[in-house]
Design a binder for this molecule. Structure first.
Ligand SMILES: O=C(O)C(=O)C[C@]1(C(=O)O)C=C[C@@H](O)C=C1
Length: 367
């Protein structure tokens, strides 16, 4: 053994001793934090039957602080992800949070659910967006996670339409970078692929890549990316487009990575529930407004927002379900409904709208 290897071995040992010490401190502090959370639960329980254990505004503040405090070398996102999991475990001690998401397992919505609630939440997949709304309404779960818009393909109408008949509120949002991969099973012959399965939105998000790499292959839209991944398991001439989780879950081989046409492809998901969320300091509000179908209606609707300096982030129009050629506007803007400017704008909009429903004020997605 050379002198050099001895000294590098000794350095490694010394560093590992230091890491063991630090881990001991971290473990002690995490336990202390968990004890605090248990005391918080006692305080909440004393408020009665309807005690709210999950507090989205507080979680957003904790995560933002973790990012602000961070001095590296971990990235702010990595640091926040670690705190996300610590908080998820603390909340599970207080009361396990039950969440339903648009399944099946392996979809991007499951990934968004884990990103937002951490791994200690009890989550379960449901087959359709309507079912997620129904289960939350029925109280079988406390929260639901549904996709609402994609940066390439636009809005997910089905989710917006559900708000027309539901009284649920939006309690949060989460954004996910979407990376699509082309994957095959161990019996697939890569040179014999004649069909590619995926969800219609994912096929659309990879249209150009498919046109240049598999121009003559049949594209088959199925209910979800996870369903696509499941199908190729038993087919020697098929491939699927899906994400990492589906590849892992169904043990598929990735033939081509990140094949989405736009590198910044991302999807926004909503957290739905029945709780009104207090201001977190950096919030968004979503509205649903019906207007009489007359000239200038859209102008009347938007003008109060301009006057009160409210920053609109999205305006969507959907045909109303109550009559022909009448429309419902879905409007998102920065800020919380309790702030003076927003309350004033809402009052004015309410006066000219035939119906106005605040779907929720909630913390802006942190991670
Ligand atoms: O501050 C609270 O209300 C807590 O319950 C503690 C805590 C945390 O671990 O920081 C846990 C769950 C809540 O959703 C928010 C924060």
């Amino acid at each position: 053994m050379t002198e050099e290897t001895i000294s590098s071995d000794q350095r490694l040992l010394a560093l590992r001793d230091r890491i063991d010490e630090i881990d001991g401190e971290i473990a002690r502090l995490i336990s202390e934090r968990a004890d605090c959370a248990l005391e918080v639960a006692e305080v909440k329980k004393a408020t009665g039957e309807d005690a709210l254990y999950y507090r989205p505004e507080r979680e957003a503040q904790v995560l933002r602080r973790a990012m602000e405090r961070n001095k590296g070398p971990l990235t702010d996102e990595e640091m926040a992800r670690l705190f996300r999991e610590i908080m998820s475990a603390c909340l599970a001690l207080e009361e396990p949070v039950k969440v339903a998401y648009l399944g099946p397992e392996g979809t991007f919505t499951q990934q968004a659910t884990l990103k937002h609630f951490g791994h200690s939440a009890q989550s379960r997949p449901l087959a359709a967006i309507d079912e997620v709304f129904r289960e939350v309404e029925a109280g079988a779960v406390s929260y639901g996670v549904v996709p609402v818009e994609n940066s390439t393909e636009g809005v997910i109408n089905h989710t917006l339409d559900n708000f027309m008949t539901s009284n649920l509120k939006i309690c949060g949002e989460v954004e996910l970078r979407i990376h699509h991969h082309l994957m095959i099973s161990d019996i697939t012959r890569p040179d014999a692929i004649t069909r590619i399965y995926s969800h219609a939105q994912s096929l659309a998000q990879c249209r150009k890549w498919l046109d240049s790499h598999y121009p003559n292959v049949e594209r088959i839209a199925v209910a979800s990316n996870a369903e696509a991944a499941k199908r190729v398991k038993g087919e020697w001439n098929a491939a699927a487009i899906a994400g990492d989780m589906a590849a892992e879950l169904y043990d598929l081989k990735v033939l081509a990575e990140k094949i989405e046409d736009r590198p910044d492809n991302s999807t926004r998901f909503l957290i739905i529930g029945s709780q009104a969320v207090p201001a977190s300091g950096d919030d968004k509000t979503s509205l649903m407004v019906s207007m009489r179908n007359e000239p200038g209606a859209l102008h009347d609707l938007l003008e109060p927002f301009r006057r009160h300096n409210v920053d609109l982030t999205r305006v969507e129009t959907r045909p109303s379900q109550s009559g022909n050629w009448t429309y419902v506007f879905f409007i998102d803007f920065k800020g919380h409904r309790d702030s003076a400017d927003i309350a004033a704008a809402l009052k004015e909009v309410g006066a000219c709208a035939s119906d106005l429903k605040v779907l929720g004020s909630y913390p802006r997605g942190v991670l």
